[in-house]
Write a protein that binds this ligand. Sequence first.
Ligand SMILES: Nc1ncnc2c1ncn2[C@@H]1O[C@H](COP(=O)(O)OP(=O)(O)OP(=O)(O)O)[C@@H](O)[C@H]1O
Length: 618
Amino acid sequence: TYTGNILIAVNPFQRLPHLYDVHMMEQYKGATFGELSPHLFAIADSCYRAMINEHGSQSILVSGESGAGKTETTKMLMRYLAFMGGRSGTEGRTVEQQVLESNPVLEAFGNAKTVKNNNSSRFGKFVEIQFDKYGKISGAAVRTYLLERSRVCQVSDPERNYHCFYMLCSAPPEDVKRFKVGNPRSFHYLNQTSCYEVANVDDAREYLETRNAMDIVGISQEEQDAIFRVVAAILHLGNINFSKGKEIDSSRLRDEKSINHLKIVAELLMCDEKLLEDSLCQRVIVTPDGNITKPLDPDSALQSRDALAKTVYSRLFDWIVDKINNSIGQDPDAISIIGVLDIYGFESFKVNSFEQLCINMTNEKLQQHFNQHVFKMEQEEYTRDEIDWSYVEFVDNQDVLDLIEKKPGGIIALLDEACMFPKSTHETFAQKMYQTYKSHKRFSKPKLARTAFTINHYAGDVTYQADYFLDKNKDYVVAEHQALLNSSRCSFVANLFPPLPEESSKQSKFSSIGTRFKQQLQALMETLSTTEPHYIRCVKPNTVLKPGIFENDNVLNQLRCGGVLEAIRISCAGYPTKRTFDEFIDRFGVLAPELVDSSDEKTACAAICDKMGLKGYQ
Ligand SMILES: Nc1ncnc2c1ncn2[C@@H]1O[C@H](COP(=O)(O)OP(=O)(O)OP(=O)(O)O)[C@@H](O)[C@H]1O
């Protein structure tokens, strides 16, 4: 259905191909908005037409909670835009085909089965489709946000790690042999949960399809092999274990098995075995008097191993995104763009951490953008009609945004400070927040909390646990890991870790995930502000992921989180029903037939209202 121009799309949890086929696209092509049943093609069509007619850039913002259908909706939107903006009769790899095929590639490496969704995107995505002066697609760019790195090393029932790991384990026998993988149950990074299969998903087929999609987006066979070699290396890396070494607080490889896995990792990454072992079991400390090598105890070595796995995986993901962008190509002469944003919705779990804070900050920003837009649209309409609506209140969430991201003084700024100060712990960080925001309306400290804090978001209160904030915010690659991988004989691996520029290698430049994410978000908002936005709110009808079940309270909460209720409030506070003068006379003329014919439409309408004793109309 629609609320104003906002489309509210409910996930059907069953395939409805007839709703999304070419025949349906034909019907919506050029149809007046609102004439046909609400449909995402109607949004895509009005967006495309607005771009052609007004030569202005557009954006479609798709939001909703995990499993609500954002990614499916985004793919369908892209298909419609490719249908409208594609070039007929072209052969081979067209831009629009590449844009569409980037989806399965990104999903293989960035999606996983979670409690909420069997194919959950663990990153945010903004696809910018560029159009030339003929309204044809001439280029595209994909920007991704905040991939969930922790999943690579840590998964719990009934979730899975990223799809690509299982695909590789189900690859054809020659590839399984070549990449030295096997049963997913034999890898620590996969066997922490007992979930290996996803209903209706055939990993073996997905492997071939991903390879095929990689061909189309322009990733060469050698590059594909290197990618899967890295994926396999990460699996083996997870199987390396440590036990206490001879010296105090030192560690060594635990057993033959670990030695064997280490060998395989070195082979797959084409780097030196001894260097790999050292980079896991030791740290070099730079002091004014020279470098000191310090051994790591087994726990720290395990952490070092996991940090390496996460860094390699996230670099791999970034490489794939860059490659897709390079091979699709950007059109510097593009006349306008249509951006499609598929980004995680508001999150509030039993335990909320740094990721939730970043996600909810994104949603606060988008909410502000949404409110401003809805408000502005209404305002423009009232101004056009010369109607006074000064009494309609605008609720701004700038105070929450300031609390999180203001510099200096916001939570992210405090966190960066804490990360740079070697002695800080999550407790000192929490204390600092409690002190700083003692009297902030949107911040509170739960009773008896030592590290927890609550933020009053537009969609409700969320309590965060600050325990891992410091670690999660630090964005640096251990120097030993950097040196190791940069020295790989495989140019693909070495290029994932280019040498750092001089100044930043001196540890002077601190880079934090929070600040980088904030900057990315800022850039996104700037892009969005140059476009005319269109909104789609996806709704998940139930938590059992089945068709035909509708949980009322749950849906209501999603509408609240999506800002739909706020949009309705703004609309209700003004004049929610809009009729032209002749429609009004058509409907209410019977109340005063004698007035209708005698005067012009506007006067007649006023006369009808007067006759019925209505007060305060404008
Ligand atoms: N229009 C649709 N028709 C049929 N099935 C759908 C549709 N939309 C969603 N689904 C089903 O719901 C599942 C979840 O949808 P999707 O992956 O798009 O959710 P999401 O909102 O992107 O979630 P996340 O934030 O976790 O990535 C899909 O895998 C698919 O099975």
